[in-house]
Design a protein around this ligand. Structure first.
Ligand code: SF4
Length: 445
């Protein structure tokens, strides 16, 4: 079964995107051809997400669309939806393979060896308490400028609204030597930024022997002096150690960017959510980060309309956010998930009210973002070039280490290169700057 064409459609988080990169690379490595966006293909893999009702709905839609648009094609529905609700997927006529997260490593082998037959195959494997970290080896990442690297998997926190612990199993970590090896490979491929991703990143190392938590891991990475920078994906507030803050303040290769889930600015709601911190503790962490790291970007996840969230609790969220030096917000309306504790909580908030509160939070987030961008003007930042901003060359787009979306004029393409940019003005959602002579792309940042 060679030279088949395939397509991978990804929904959800960065971990899913990393795992999709593995699927693509493994199939392409076997001689399969990746079909273009508008082409039909022999095999379509939909890497699903189930974190909210909307994500689940979009996953089902993507599966149905793939069936419709690829008559005679083989459709594989894999990932979190398949893990949590395989029977729901099996109701969709035309799905040839249902495979959960634990079976992702085996999917290319299954397909390459003729697994794509007319009857539906179901590949499911429960998580054992000592399930290993499934290392999915990749050489490159579809995004040509930055690569993700999954270093952690699983969550055992069971926040009352969250389905993820049921789909991702116990805490598991990639061994430090494998991480160093991957950084060697990715820097050799020319990547200038690697994003460490995980389901519960702050728990990195808890399942490994010795002193292998996130901070010692980063110290190890720093000693190697790779010519790339590291960005951390989302990390829980109560898992941000002072050592991590100090490292982000002093090490140029570690991006000054924290993405931290707050979820509510009301202690009563936080308790119902089973989040293990108070608003005061959250504020103390944010203040510590802000006071130690100049121009740090601090993004926050916030949920609107959790059951029992009254208008006072919502106001508490708004005023906590207003008071803190935050850079942007990701706002999520509460989404009941069956199997989670909050699904049966009383005090459901009216959907119209949830929408209104979410809109208010988003508006607040926009004001925070604009203030943050303006506070970075007339300062220099290290920007990773991503490509031309439009089809007409002349203006490059890129991201600074502190996550500013930057545009700067350039007479030659600076994709995957690190450049120094002086930020000059804010235009819409972008920061306009000018390149300064300085750091060369091959230098250690
Ligand atoms: S920490 Fe809570 S919100 Fe995050 S994945 Fe685990 S259970 Fe879900």
């Amino acid at each position: 079964m060679t030279n088949k064409s395939f397509k991978v459609i990804t929904l959800g988080c960065k971990v899913n995107q990393y795992e999709s990169a593995y699927l693509k690379e493994a199939l392409a490595g076997a001689g399969w051809l990746q079909a273009g966006k508008y082409e039909t293909s022999d095999v379509v893999i939909i890497n699903t997400c189930i974190v909210t009702q909307k994500a689940a709905h979009q996953s089902r839609q993507a599966i149905r669309k793939a069936i419709r648009e690829n008559p005679g094609g083989f459709i594989a529905a894999v990932g979190c939806y398949a893990q949590a609700l395989p029977e729901e997927i099996s109701q969709i006529e035309g799905v040839g393979l249902i495979a959960d997260n634990r079976m992702k490593a085996d999917i290319p082998h299954f397909l390459i060896n003729g697994g794509a037959s007319s009857k539906t195959t179901v590949l499911l494997k429960q998580y054992e308490a000592d399930a290993p970290f499934d290392f999915l080896d990749i050489r490159s990442f579809p995004d040509r400028t930055r690569s993700y690297l999954k270093i952690q998997d699983g969550c055992q926190s069971f926040c009352s609204y969250c389905i993820v612990p049921f789909t991702r199993g116990p805490y598991r970590s990639l061994a430090p030597e494998k991480i160093l090896h991957m950084l060697e490979v990715l820097s050799g491929q020319g990547y200038k930024e690697v994003v460490f991703t995980g389901i519960h990143l702050g728990k990195y190392g808890v399942d490994l022997k010795g002193d292998t938590d996130l901070v010692p891991l980063l110290q190890m990475v720093g000693r190697e002096g790779y010519p790339l920078r590291i960005r951390l994906s989302s990390i829980e507030p109560n898992e941000i150690e002072m050592g991590l803050i100090e490292m982000a303040a002093s090490e140029r290769w570690l991006c000054r960017h924290f993405h931290i889930p707050l979820q509510s600015g009301d202690n009563r709601v936080l308790k119902m959510m089973k989040r293990n911190y108070t608003t005061r503790e959250f504020a103390a962490i944010i203040e510590a980060i802000y006071s130690k790291i100049p121009h740090v970007c601090i993004g926050v996840d916030i949920m609107s309309g959790f059951p029992g969230e009254d208008s006072r609790a919502h106001r508490n969220s708004c005023s906590l956010i207003k008071d803190l030096p935050l850079s942007y917000l990701h706002v999520f309306p509460f989404s009941p998930r069956s199997g989670t504790a909050a699904n049966s909580f009383k005090g459901r908030v009216d959907p119209g009210v949830i929408k209104k509160r979410a809109a208010e939070l988003r508006d607040l987030g926009e004001r925070k973002r604009s203030l943050f961008y303006r506070g970075c003007l007339q300062k220099e930042f290290q920007v990773l070039g991503e490509g031309w901003h439009s089809e007409t060359p002349g203006v490059m787009k890129g991201r600074s280490d502190n996550y500013l979306p930057v545009l700067f004029p350039s007479d030659h393409i600076r994709e995957s290169q690190l450049v120094q940019v002086l930020m000059e003005r804010v235009e819409g959602n972008m920061v306009m700057g000018n390149e300064l002579p300085g750091i060369k792309s091959h230098e250690v940042p």
